[in-house]
Design a protein around this ligand. Structure first.
Ligand code: FEO
Length: 390
């Protein structure tokens, strides 16, 4: 349990969660880390903590550097328990430490979560504190990821402690982006953005304007690798994702009872292929909604297909639509499709949801029982025509 040096007096002291595979519904095949940072100065300061069950890791790493009872300040950038969960443990060692949190939501949130009368000090955007040789400036970043979020900048070390912003769910012994495969890092950053940050594009664009003014040469998020080298790339990706800029790509999401809806999905895929549209064919029997969200993050076309079961769309499709509706992707084009036996409500139900998500709709494809070749050809021709006119 070693601390890892960022600068002469600033260390990573977080926890590595090798085994976590589901982060409230988001699959995390690579695990994650909860990053906490210790600044050694006249006032010893801890930035964020770790999930409660990794408190021992946090305490052990801190103890390699100092006696934890010497901590005078704790910066709580975010109330969510993956970052605040070990506050009670640390404050047992340093009960009079000042806990800095955002005004008003951080303060309210920490009090509601922990029901403790700790030595709180609430701060607003632009507030600064001096620790000795280092100072810290607080910048509110509401809704990235909760209303309480803030980030903390240390101008002397040029480190931005960005909390959830720019995070990735990756457990690794490597701590810096210079030590880790770039493609994997950016893919996990995209999955994280798609599943955690996507609904808050407007707020992200505001924060990016602020971050661009900050001369940070290190971005130290609260999950995954610390950025030293790929800062321009991750900022450019956040700009694109927050702007809802998409690629010429379709995600064809479906579930099927007797393979007929799959036949339509494959026909749609063939049309995409012919039209030069990249596509992903995602059968929800095997694809997870958090991976669907990752693909949706940069896809212009979102196509949903379902059989009709007991007058309803299939439950897998309903779940995926609910999840994606919450993530609120914008500027997308949708299409509902499906096979049915006699009542056939699923396609209309999907269309209603896509419409409620603000999508431009292509004409639906709805075929009774098992599609024959002429019906599939007609569906393909209809879609080709719609795409040409789009
Ligand atoms: Fe990593 Fe919103 O917590």
């Amino acid at each position: 349990m070693q601390p890892i040096k960022l600068t002469e007096n600033i260390y990573w002291v977080g926890g590595i969660d090798w085994d976590i595979r589901n982060f409230h519904g988001y699959l995390t095949p690579r695990g994650t880390t909860y990053n906490a940072y210790l600044i050694l100065d006249e006032q010893i300061t801890l930035i964020d903590t770790v999930k409660h069950y990794l408190a021992d890791q946090l305490i052990a790493r801190i103890s390699k550097l100092i006696d934890p009872s010497k901590i005078q300040n704790i910066i709580s950038n975010h109330v969510e328990m993956d970052h605040s969960g070990s506050l009670p443990h640390i404050l047992k060692f340093a009960p009079s430490a000042t806990v800095y949190t955002s005004e008003p939501n951080g303060l309210k949130g920490l009090k509601r979560h922990y029901k403790q009368n700790w030595n709180f000090k609430s701060v607003k955007s632009g507030d600064k504190i001096t620790l000795g040789k280092h100072s810290l400036e607080f910048i509110a970043t509401p809704m990235i990821h909760w209303p309480d979020n803030m980030v903390t900048y240390c101008p002397e070390s040029k480190i931005l402690f960005s909390n959830d912003a720019f995070g990735q769910h990756i457990a690794s012994s490597e701590r810096f982006d210079t030590e880790f495969p770039k493609d994997l890092l950016l893919e996990e950053a995209k999955k994280y953005y798609a599943n955690i940050v996507l609904p808050y594009g407007k707020q992200v664009l505001g924060v990016l304007e602020t971050v661009k003014q900050i001369p940070a040469d290190t971005i130290a998020p609260s999950h995954g690798l610390i950025y030293r080298k790929h800062i321009p790339e991750i900022l450019a990706h956040y700009q694109k994702w927050a702007d809802n800029q998409t690629e010429n790509k379709a995600v064809i999401i479906f579930d099927t009872m007797w393979e007929s809806t799959r036949m339509i999905a494959k026909t749609i895929a063939a049309v995409c292929e012919k039209a030069g549209i990249h596509y992903r064919l995602m059968d929800l029997k095997v694809a997870h909604i958090s991976d669907v969200a990752t693909e949706v993050c940069d896809a212009k076309y979102i196509f949903f297909g379902s059989s009709t079961l007991n007058n309803q769309m299939l439950p897998t499709i309903a779940a995926a639509l609910t999840y994606l509706k919450g993530l609120a992707p914008k500027n997308r084009t949708g299409l509902a499709f499906g096979s049915y036996g006699w009542s056939g409500q699923s396609v209309g139900q999907i269309e209603e949801t896509l419409k409620a998500m603000g999508m431009t709709l292509l004409p639906q494809i709805k075929i009774q029982y098992i599609p024959d070749e002429s019906e599939l050809n007609a569906a393909a021709a209809q879609l080709e025509q719609a795409l040409n006119g789009h």
